[in-house]
Design a protein around this ligand. Sequence first.
Ligand SMILES: [Zn+2]
Length: 248
Amino acid sequence: MGKKALQFHRITPDLQLCGTWNTPEQFDRFLNFLKEQKIPVLLPDQPGSGIIITFDDGECSIYDHAFPLLKKYGMRAVVFLIGAYIGKENYWDIRLASKQVRHLSWEQIHEMSDWGIEFGSHTMTHRNLTHLPFEIIKQELIHSKEIIDTRIGGCRSVSYPFNRVNSKVLAAARSAGYTYGFGGDGTDHLLIKKEALYITDTAKSLQIKISERPSSLYQYERIKQKIINMFTISTMILKGTTMRSSAT
Ligand SMILES: [Zn+2]
C-alpha cells in the first residue's frame, strides 16, 4: 500500500463552523481503528508501508487534544507549522471571523518534539504557493525551514497550503532542501498523497480513504473533499480582499 498521509487540522470538543475539524472522541476512534487493524503509523523517514498522521497549521488544539491521544496509543505524527505564526494568536483564518486562533508555542513544540512528534513547514504565511513568483516561493519554504531547524532541527517535510502544488512549487521545495512534500498525486517523495479527515468522517470512511482500491464510495469522498477545498479557496479569496481593503 505504500505510504499515505492522513491530514488533520483542529481537534477540539467545541463546535466549529468549518468542516476541517474533528472531536477528540472521533480522533480517539480513528487511532483505535488503526491500532485494531494493525496498520503501521510511521514518520516519513521510517521504512515500510503505513499511515503518516499529519496536522496542518500548528494550532494549540493539537497540543491540548491530539497530543494526549497520540501518547495514549504510542503513535507519532508530523505537525506542520506556519513560520510567521508560531507562538502567536492570529486572525489569519477568516473562517474564525471573530475568534482568534492560538498557535503552538515553542515550549509546547519542544515538549512534543522531545516525545517524538516531528515538525515540518507549512510555509511562512500560508499563501497559495502556485500563485507566487518562484523567488517568493523559495523564501516561503527556505525561511520557515530555517526557523524550525534552528529551534528543534529535523525539518525534512513541507505541507503545501490548500494542497496547492505545481511543477514550480515542486522545484522550489526540492531546491529548498526538503525530502518530503505533502499534497500531490503520490508520484514523488515531495508529492505524498494526503487524505483529509473531516467532522463527517467515521472509522468506516477512514477505512475507505486508506484502502488501496478506490470504491464508488471512495469517489464520493473525493468529491466531498473537493467541495470542502473549494470553501477553503473562497476563504482565501475573501481574505485577500479583506487584506487589500484594509491596506488602502
Ligand atoms: Zn493550512
